[in-house]
Design a protein around this ligand. Structure first.
Ligand SMILES: Cc1ncc(COP(=O)(O)O)c(C=O)c1O
Length: 388
């Protein structure tokens, strides 16, 4: 049932990431077990939970796995204190904490709760331009902003939401990723950088394996850059309201991996005491039943295909109507750049079209309208914007 992120990926060693060999449970003194979702109080999860392997040795075993397209992290040992931990939290990491007053870097087009989350932590957001003049990834602005910010602060958290970004639908290409890695690798080694990749829509962009092709690039990062994946199981398993997720740290050595677990536990406890059990139990049940897993995988594909069809319809009609839109690759949303988005949204509302005003444009929720509506919206938007 378990696949590994890549054959070079592992956590429990201080060797170069590229020197890792695949984790083979049987060779490493582990045996596969059923998910023990009945363990503990029925209404609570452990701070972290769900397990699939049991260690037959007394040593701590730490490794990341990808069970059928879902990336999870399993920590298992015979020592009951370290029993079966899956980190299901997105929170700050003490080692890479950004000091109060420091800024977090993300793209100018971004999911607005990043700002709220940062503000609640006494931090703020700085942005770089996601697109260059040709509507490709603006690596130059990324380089410039990273450099400028690291002159001002010693630690930097960078959030990149890809693939199928909310709100634009943009996905960084492998070539974009190579530039990101090269820019981050060239920063001074005493600077601490956490690269948080928000992969909320990774399974709604296209082929699930192809859209994981950027993962090996993260292994090339030097030790002062910590890659972290924020993975939304609620999205991948179509349980949108359940808010079940995983924070996956590709730590360069065991010490950082251990600290990551401790910090996640501490932060989870401080944030919401325990994470809700329902989503985790559902997912554990899905993985315990091959038929169920096949059905969810099929259901997700159907939803993805439907979204991509809507996206293509919207793109086609936008082109026909002469409406400039941002490059949509996949996911739930697409965006239209425009001036004064708030009034544009009000004017469209009067025509029965509800688009969310953003700082620099309007967001179209492909997830909540039919393909036929996706086709109708562009011409209507052009009509309303032209009247202004
Ligand atoms: C970019 C982005 N990141 C994260 C989330 C939250 O994901 P989750 O359902 O795991 O809480 C969302 C949407 O809800 C989102 O659009």
């Amino acid at each position: 049932m378990a696949y590994f992120i890549s054959d070079r990926q592992a956590l429990a060693s201080d060797r170069e990431r590229s020197a890792y060999t695949p984790f083979v449970p049987e060779v490493r003194g582990c045996k596969r077990t059923e998910e023990m979702i009945d363990k503990g109080h029925p209404l609570y999860t452990a701070l972290c939970s769900i397990s699939t392997l049991e260690s037959t040795s007394n040593e701590m075993v730490v490794y990341p796995v990808v069970p059928d397209g879902c990336i999870s992290m399993f920590f298992y040992t015979r020592d009951k204190l370290n029993y079966a931990k899956l980190c299901g939290v997105t929170d700050s990491i003490r080692k890479f904490i950004v000091y109060p007053g420091d800024q977090i870097l993300t793209t100018d087009w971004h999911w607005s709760p990043y700002k709220t989350i940062a503000a609640e932590q006494g931090r703020s957001i700085a942005t770089f331009r996601l697109f260059n003049e040709n509507y490709g990834f603006n690596a130059e602005d990324f380089r410039k902003r990273v450099g400028e910010m690291l002159e001002e602060q010693d630690r930097l958290i960078i959030i990149l939401n890809t693939p199928a970004q909310n709100p634009t639908g943009y996905s960084l290409t492998d070539a974009d990723w190579q530039k990101v890695i090269s820019i981050l690798s060239s920063q001074a080694p005493e600077k601490r950088i956490a690269l948080l990749v928000d992969t909320a829509y990774i399974d709604f962009a296209g082929d699930e394996d192809e859209y994981r092709s950027f993962l090996p690039y993260l292994e090339e990062l030097p030790a002062n850059v910590l890659p972290i994946l924020a993975f939304s199981m609620s999205k991948t398993f179509t349980l949108y309201g359940l808010r079940c997720g995983a924070m996956i740290c590709l730590a360069p050595n065991e010490e950082i991996a251990d600290e990551f677990v401790r910090v996640c536990e501490f932060s989870s406890r401080a944030s919401w005491s325990n994470s809700p059990r329902v989503g985790q139990s559902i997912i554990a049940n899905i993985f315990a039943d091959k038929d169920l897993l096949d059905r969810v995988t099929k259901e997700r594909k159907e939803i993805r295909d439907m979204l991509l069809k809507r996206g293509r319809a919207f793109e086609e009609e936008a082109e026909r109507a002469g409406l400039p839109i941002l490059p949509y690759d996949g996911g739930f949303f697409a965006s239209i750049p425009c001036d004064d988005p708030a009034s544009a949204s009000r004017e469209l509302e009067a025509e029965g079209i509800f688009l969310v005003p953003l700082a620099m444009g309007l967001r179209v929720s492909l997830a909540s309208i039919s393909e036929e509506k996706c086709r109708r919206i562009p011409a209507k938007v052009v009509e309303v914007l032209n009247k202004r």
